[in-house]
Design a protein around this ligand. Structure first.
Ligand SMILES: Nc1ncnc2c1ncn2[C@@H]1O[C@H](COP(=O)(O)OP(=O)(O)O)[C@@H](O)[C@H]1O
Ligand SMILES: [Mg+2]
Length: 618
């Protein structure tokens, strides 16, 4: 893996192998400028500006009060203590105590307020990010590993939480304190101030140097974390393959590798920080020694008082504190900024497939479909559909057959705008599919995919998709039409049978039946597309489904993509696709008579069936 951001390659022992888990998105989101990042954060903080103003005022109060005690001590030492006036000390004691009390309240107040603002701003950011991802088109989900999206919504948001609820206040209060201390020091005694602050320039140079190094190390760290998450996500999703092919050893090795890299990068980051903070400690001690020495001289020479010397020792130590604390925030802030950058980049990805500005009003569902010279490519220059023209009459039952990779699924996907045509157009009735809102379009066209997804929940939850207005009668009717009722009723609890994640406790065929029932339930009058939706279902059940669908699909247009030609045979019309083009079009008998590709396919399947039946008979 080469570190593209800093241009420095990692040492070879660090390389994680295939590089590009993050790269697709890096391109997709484009470059995020600092200004955009600030704008994005500001957008989420702006609603809370009143609270933030209050926080800032409290902060100034805190600074002023925390600068008071050394000054009080100086006045007490040079005044009543030197004079031996015990009663004169009392007001100092009272003011000292009162200021500490108020300081406590202010500190509590601004921390509490800022935490609240930070958390609320992040709730909004998280919501916005999630909603943004929901709007993305299929290209986004095809090119973005799930692990990456998860990392944005979890780790990265977490890093920003730190920034908003802790780092900002620490940085702001330390900057204010710093300015306050320097001002007070110069006001009390400028010679001592100069001595006390003499090591400050060295600290500044040191800070700038380390800031740069820590930043690049920190972005490296986060890329490693991203790879780590993506890796475990992929491994667990592919566990079946891992175990079937005995890849545990390979997985373990690769994990060990990433795991070690994780540790190494983290430790390098810690090391840098440790060196930096110890150096600062050293410089602080040097600064204090200088004040003691110079101040001692001053007291002896008469240009400083004893009280001043005592106060300055405190002020000097305090003046270094903000730098130390700022340094401590470095890692956090860098982490948060690069997390913010990744979030901003994701928020920057605009879906290509969106509602039109002036969608057509929802109306009666039209059933005719027209593909008008449609060419479509996922990647520029590699069309998977070439000049497809096809007109389907309302209510027609159309089958689409063709070899794997011929473009059948792509054709179906264009109809629901999972992708948009490259050239040409697709119409439903007289309306271009791009004239409907996406919701409206997908209400009109339903696709049942080959690998349907089951959500965590019961069978009923999966049927009604958590829409509680769907009644049991409706569910039963849809299940009957899809022939799903027979297996559902045999399950313990029937419709209340709980599914394992991904529907692991159903067979592939049962999941397909469920998906078919779900589609019939939710889109009672839409155009129905079955994309190899019954491929894992036995021939007998499939025949029953065909029977059932005949009633349900009366007057509805349907497209049935299938390999099993027994499914296809009864269709009103059969379309044969080859390498992205329609090569044959007609009903079963016409196509057989044409003696083309379909006839070939048919004879081959027929021969196989003949073979298996003769084997089983003998
Ligand atoms: N998301 C995708 N990105 C890029 N190419 C794709 C994508 N999906 C499918 N393809 C390509 O498009 C061609 C047609 O695929 P598809 O429509 O799924 O075929 P079929 O459903 O007929 O088997 C294939 O060559 C495949 O490699
Ligand atoms: Mg397909």
């Amino acid at each position: 893996m080469s570190n593209s951001k800093t241009g420095k390659p990692l040492s070879t022992s660090d390389s994680v192998g295939p590089s590009s888990r993050e790269s697709v998105l890096n391109q997709a989101g484009g470059v995020v400028t600092d200004r955009y990042l600030v704008w994005m954060l500001a957008r989420f903080i702006r609603p809370f500006w009143r609270d933030l103003l209050l926080v800032f005022l409290m902060l100034i109060g805190v600074t002023a009060l925390s600068l008071l005690p050394p000054y009080l001590i100086q006045r007490a030492v040079d005044g009543p203590i030197t004079a031996g006036d015990l009663d004169g000390l009392v007001p100092y004691g009272i003011i000292y105590f009162a200021s500490i009390l108020v300081l406590f309240l202010l500190r509590f107040g601004h921390t509490y307020l800022l935490q609240t603002v930070g958390q609320n701003a992040l709730v909004n950011l998280r919501q916005a990010l999630f909603e943004h991802i929901l709007r993305q088109d299929m290209r986004f989900f095809n090119t973005t590993p799930v692990g990456q999206i998860v990392a944005r919504l979890s780790n990265d948001i977490e890093a920003l939480t730190e920034l908003l609820s802790t780092s900002i206040v620490v940085v702001a209060s330390n900057l204010v304190t710093m300015i306050g201390i320097i001002a007070v020091m110069f006001a009390i005694n400028w010679q001592l101030a100069l001595i006390g602050l003499s090591v400050l320039p060295i600290m500044t140079v040191l800070t700038v140097y380390f800031r740069r190094r820590i930043r690049s190390q920190s972005s490296l760290y986060h890329r490693v974390v991203g790879e780590y998450l993506a890796f475990i996500n992929e491994q667990f999703n592919g566990m079946l393959v891992v175990q079937l092919f005995g890849r545990q050893q390979v997985s373990r090795d690769e994990f060990e590798h990433i795991n070690r890299q994780y540790r190494d990068v983290h430790m390098r980051l810690r090391d840098m920080y440790t060196v930096y903070s110890s150096t600062l400690q050293l410089l602080t001690t040097v600064g204090l020694a200088l004040v003691l020495y110079g101040g001692g001289q001053g007291v002896l020479a008469g240009w400083a008082s004893l009280g001043m010397l005592i106060a300055f020792i405190q002020y000097t130590r305090r003046s270094f504190e903000p730098i130390m604390q700022l340094a401590e925030q470095f890692t956090q802030i860098q982490t948060a900024l690069s997390a913010g950058e990744r979030i901003a980049r994701m928020l920057n990805v605009e879906p290509a497939i969106v509602d039109p500005p002036n969608p057509v009003a929802p109306g009666k569902l039209q059933q005719a479909i027209t593909f008008d010279h449609v060419t479509f490519a996922y990647e520029q220059g590699h069309p998977v559909l070439r000049d497809v023209t096809l007109h389907i009459q309302p209510g027609q039952r159309v089958a689409i057959v063709g070899a794997t990779g011929a473009g059948k699924t792509s054709l179906a996907g264009l109809l629901t705008r999972f992708h948009d045509v490259t050239t040409g157009s697709i119409r439903i009735g007289a309306q271009d599919v791009r004239d409907f809102t996406l919701a409206e379009l997908r209400q009109r066209v339903t696709v049942v995919p080959q690998n349907p997804y089951c959500f965590n929940g019961t069978i009923a939850d999966n049927l009604r998709l958590f829409d509680l207005s769907v009644t049991q009668e409706q569910m039963t009717a849809a299940s009957q039409a899809a022939c799903a009722d027979r297996f559902i009723e045999k399950l313990p609890g029937g419709y209340d049978y709980p599914l394992l994640p991904g529907g692991a406790n159903l067979s592939q065929g049962q999941r397909q039946l469920l998906a078919l029932a779900r589609a019939l339930l939710h889109s009672p009058d839409s155009i129905l597309i079955l994309d190899e939706a019954t491929s894992s279902i036995d021939t007998e059940t499939e025949a029953l489904i065909q029977e059932g669908l005949r009633t349900v699909l009366k007057n509805r247009t349907s497209l049935i993509i299938a390999h099993r030609l027994s499914t296809v045979r009864d269709a009103d019309r059969i379309i044969v696709m080859q390498r992205g083009q329609i090569v044959e079009d007609g009903d079963h008998d016409t196509l057989l008579a044409q003696d083309g590709l379909y006839a070939q396919l048919y004879r081959r399947q027929f021969a196989q069936q003949g073979l298996t039946s003769s084997v089983s008979e003998s």
